[in-house]
Design a protein around this ligand. Structure first.
Ligand code: ATP
Ligand code: MG
Length: 591
């Protein structure tokens, strides 16, 4: 597929008035202080995330608007207006009060994408508890370590998950005093200490509840990182982060009040919380929550039947859709769709362009991390896209490419097209305020007023940022620094290739040689001839110094449950090294 160096935004399906029409002017005049004037705030002063996401719409006369549209696995469909959502959340907050749970105590969530997940998340914030959503597919060990580290006081889960994963852990978690089960639970489970049913406890609680005084610096969310590069870290976020959720939802995702928005991420990952729940609600849109896991036909069906206008998804899902081809989309009316964005991993140029062919719209890549709490760099609606670039820093965000110096300082690389570490000027509202119980590690992220992301990138003369690779994944081969993304993207252009993970493999002469693990599209079989062809394709696209020297075929790649390729695991397995923390590994079929 021909990859243009630039996708020029003309009219197309662009809204008549996209947000952030003039990036330079908005950046020049933007300040977080003045943006904060757009928040509602609590009646007596202070700031609470859930108040911004839910309560303000009631106060401003939008209580009847649909806030959440939930699509269940078995075809159920429910809608909750902002007023109904508010009542459910306040009931949960009151239920926590009845249990004697205090502000600041930790409420963990372990359940699929059910409406109660949103109620508990927002209701927990209304009660000024710290909420920590976990991915429901975690096994008992990852659940136990996170609950231990986070000092979980309350856990909201389902009877099935409780029986299978949590019950056996209770002795290890003496601080976990209350378990609230969503869905019909048999009496035997309800006889365990502290276990109660949601319907008895929460649905019967009063909705009459007022959010208590909340300081913007009060801890609100505890989110664990994806574990792509090692043991997941617990990032602490505060209520004040909601300013960034609100502003970035508007600027990076172009949310307008009449949008139907769908973020496909699970709230077990920060994307599913910041952009699955908080940002859309802050912007007063209707947010679609889909319980089912990825399946192309189900997803296309959701886009069509719900008339989704703004869609936020991830490269792994896009690659799976690409693998299935355009036929799977035939007959669908997706004319309501006007903006598509992607996050979580580098988005190969091939995928951006495939969006154009499949949906008539490009995917807009954006970059952020659990630590940044919200989108920092984005391809926004009004901007020309350079496929392969993550876009430009949002208003209020100052990014730079830096080099660490020996004495511990950093040097800013002003010149364009030079690789270095991506850094962000501190502070911004959704910046992490700590790694739970890892003070030293947190301190090391900050140098001379900059936050160092651990990702390598470069910027070009027009101010577009380009992802190179994670510092841990970068390959040093014969004096060259090679980012795996560049190599992966080049191989992705070959018609046989569905997915690629690239690592550096120790080599006596080169230092490291580039090795690629390739998953083929349906209809292609691994063979010597295809391997030679791919090696040749790599050489012609990248030059001999950067091209892979070895290729291995795989039927799938190890990935995190949030869909990221775990290059560290490809490497550990290749070299026979210890595999490290596997708590977030999704599939382990490919040893
Ligand atoms: P861990 O920190 O535990 O190793 P993780 O870094 O994958 O896991 P997240 O915070 O979920 O955990 O992911 C953030 C990282 O994902 C970024 O640092 C970056 O490496 C990658 N990432 C996110 N968006 C993009 C993007 N648009 N392009 C390239 N990489 C991205
Ligand atoms: Mg990380």
């Amino acid at each position: 597929m021909e990859i243009p160096s630039r996708i020029v935004k003309q009219s197309g399906r662009l809204r008549p008035a996209p947000n952030l029409l003039d990036h330079a002017a908005t950046c020049a005049s933007f300040s977080w202080e003045s943006a904060a004037a757009g928040l509602a705030g609590l009646p007596g002063g202070g700031l609470n995330m859930a108040c911004e996401a839910v309560e303000r719409h009631l106060a401003e006369g939008r209580g009847d608007k649909v806030a959440l549209r939930w699509l269940g696995k078995s075809g159920q469909r429910s809608e909750f207006s902002y007023a109904e959502l508010s009542a459910h959340c306040h009931r949960f907050a009151n239920a926590l009060g009845q249990l004697g749970v205090q502000p600041g105590e930790r409420v963990f969530l372990l359940l699929g994408r059910l409406p109660e997940l949103c109620f508990a998340l927002l209701g927990g914030l209304m009660a000024r508890c710290v909420v920590s959503p976990l991915f429901s597919a975690f096994g008992p060990e990852p659940i136990a370590t996170r609950c231990e580290l986070g000092d979980a006081r309350v856990l909201v889960t389902t009877p099935e998950l409780y029986r299978r994963k949590v019950r056996g852990l209770r002795a290890r978690l003496p601080g976990l005093r209350h378990v609230i089960l969503v869905g019909a639970a048999d009496p035997e489970l309800l006889s365990d200490p502290g276990v109660q049913g949601w319907s008895e406890l929460v649905d019967t609680a009063s909705a009459d509840h007022a959010i208590g005084p909340t300081d913007p610096e009060d801890m609100a969310l505890l989110h664990f990182t994806s574990g792509t590069t090692g043991r997941p870290k617990g990032a602490v976020h505060v209520h004040g982060a909601v300013l960034a959720h609100s502003v970035t939802g508007r600027y990076a995702l172009d949310l307008h009040a009449d949008d139907v928005f769908w973020c496909t991420a699970d709230p077990g990952w920060i994307t599913g919380t910041s952009y699955g729940v908080l940002a859309p609600l802050c912007n007063g849109v209707t947010s679609v929550v889909v319980e089912a896991e990825f399946d192309a036909q189900t997803w296309y069906g959701v886009l069509e039947s719900e008339q989704v206008s703004v869609w936020y998804t991830a490269p792994t899902a896009i690659r799976m859709m690409m693998k299935l081809g355009l036929e799977a989309l035939q007959g669908r009316d997706l004319s309501a769709l006007r903006f598509m964005a992607s996050v979580g991993e580098p988005l190969n140029p091939e995928a951006v362009v495939w969006g154009l062919r499949a949906f008539g719209l490009p995917f807009h890549d954006n970059w952020w991390q659990t630590e940044t709490g919200g989108i920092m760099i984005a391809n926004y609606a009004a901007m020309d896209i350079k496929p392969g670039s993550m876009g430009k820093p949002l208003p209020g965000i100052t990014a730079a490419i830096v080099r660490r110096q020996q004495g511990g300082g950093i040097e800013l690389i002003e010149q364009s097209d030079i690789d270095g570490e991506l850094a962000l000027k501190t502070p911004w509202p959704s910046m992490l305020r700590g790694y739970l119980n890892e003070e030293e590690r947190y301190r090391k992220c900050f140098v001379d007023g900059w936050y160092l992301s651990g990702d390598l990138a470069r910027h070009d003369a027009e101010g577009y940022y380009w992802f190179v690779g994670r510092a841990d994944d970068v390959i040093k081969s014969a004096g060259h620094l090679i980012g795996p993304f560049e190599v992966e993207s080049a191989l992705m252009e070959h018609p046989a290739v569905a997915e690629v993970g690239v690592i550096g493999k120790p080599d006596p002469t080169l230092g490291e040689l580039v090795k690629a693990f390739v998953v083929l599209k349906p209809g292609f079989e691994p063979s010597e001839a295809l391997m030679r062809e791919l090696l040749g394709h790599g050489r012609s696209r990248l030059g001999a110094a950067v091209a892979p020297k070895e290729i291995a075929f795989r039927s799938n790649l190890p990935r995190t449950r949030s869909g990221k390729i775990m290059r560290r695991l490809l490497k550990a397995r290749e070299l026979g090294l210890p595999e490290g923390d596997l708590s977030t590994l999704e599939s382990d079929e490919q040893k």
